[in-house]
Design a binder for this molecule. Structure first.
Ligand code: GLY
Length: 327
């Protein structure tokens, strides 16, 4: 049976298969898994190129995917010229830069921080939450105190940066909140990677949507929304308007579609279609999805045009244009 026919059959019977089958791969006659495209790392947007470089060095020297994604997105977090990730990010409506991040490995171990301020590397705090706490998610002042107790220090960076303050002051003149597609042609950095040993992990970090309400948390630190990984299946990561992703648990949806036979590309496309069905207004909005399965097959899809992603495998590191649903 062709992949597509298998997927269609799968979609219609999906609910039943979830209920009655623990191992959908065998149910659908999946051929013996042979990992042929590893290591591989994918990340959202053009800013993923620099992040991929660092992740690849780890992957290519036999390191594990979890360390690779953590180190990779840390590069973007440190770039104070980047206005959508890390402390260089644009502030909320009240002038505060608040950061969200999460990390997850093949065993569904995960850690997350939300509404964190003054820390250069939220992703590394998320990893500590995963490794050193009994919890999955810490937020706000609690996350900050946890970071300080675990060896992180308050950043000396002037935040918002001059560049972000300038944009904020301009925005204040009208104070209109309208999240737009592809701001500066980047957004969250999400990264997913498969290492030499066939282990898969992901990381996701952002300063969130510019000029959001104070206290707003987006999809990026939410396991199953901004990021989901299951080593039996694969991984997915999201970028764009977080609320649209959260409403349908976007990355969990992608991974579950893959579990049920969809290719990474098919899973991204079906998930974007679901987002479209659930939203009456998609004009000027963007959601981008990346997916990777344990065979090293990958997919990418955007709600609208303009979503780019960075891919590093044995053929090198490059930026690619994603296919999209709406022109
Ligand atoms: N996807 C980033 C956010 O909505 O905060």
């Amino acid at each position: 049976m062709s992949n597509r026919r298998s997927f269609i059959r799968k979609s219609s019977l999906g609910a039943l298969s979830f209920l009655f089958s623990k191992n959908n791969f065998s149910e659908w006659g999946e051929s013996k898994t042979e990992i042929k495209n590893k290591p591989i790392v994918l990340s959202t947007w053009r800013h993923g190129i620099a992040a991929n470089e660092v992740a690849w060095k780890i992957l290519n020297s036999g390191g594990n995917a979890l360390d690779a994604v953590e180190a990779g997105v840390s590069v973007t977090e440190s770039d104070l010229t980047n206005q959508t990730v890390g402390l260089g990010g644009l502030p909320d409506r009240d002038g505060f830069v608040t950061l969200d991040a999460c990390i997850m490995d093949h065993d569904c171990r995960c850690g997350s921080v939300a509404f964190l301020q003054h820390i250069e590397h939220p992703i590394q705090v998320a990893r500590k939450v995963m490794d050193q706490s009994p919890h999955v998610m810490l937020a706000g002042e609690g996350a900050y105190q946890f970071a300080l107790k675990n060896g992180f220090s308050r950043s000396n960076a002037e935040v918002p940066t001059d560049k972000s303050k300038k944009r904020y002051l301009e925005w204040l003149k009208e104070s209109k909140y309208k999240p737009e597609a592809n701001i500066e042609n980047h957004d969250t950095i999400g990264m997913i990677a498969l290492d030499e040993n066939g282990k898969i992990s992901g990381a996701c970090t952002t300063s969130g949507l510019a000029f959001k309400m104070h206290g707003r948390v987006g999809d990026s630190p939410i396991i199953g929304a901004g990021l989901y990984v299951d080593g039996e299946v694969g991984a997915a990561v999201a970028t764009g308007v977080g609320e649209m992703v959260m409403r349908i648990a976007g990355t969990h949806t992608v991974v579950e579609l893959m579990r049920n036979g969809a290719s990474p590309q098919e899973a991204c496309e079906e998930t974007i279609r679901r987002i479209i069905r659930k939203h009456s207004e998609i004009k000027n909005k963007q959601v981008g999805l990346l997916a990777l399965n344990t065979k090293g097959e990958y997919g990418a899809y955007g709600l609208t045009s303009g979503f780019t992603y960075s891919l590093y495998n044995k053929d090198g590191n490059r930026v690619l244009d994603s296919r999209f649903a709406v022109g």
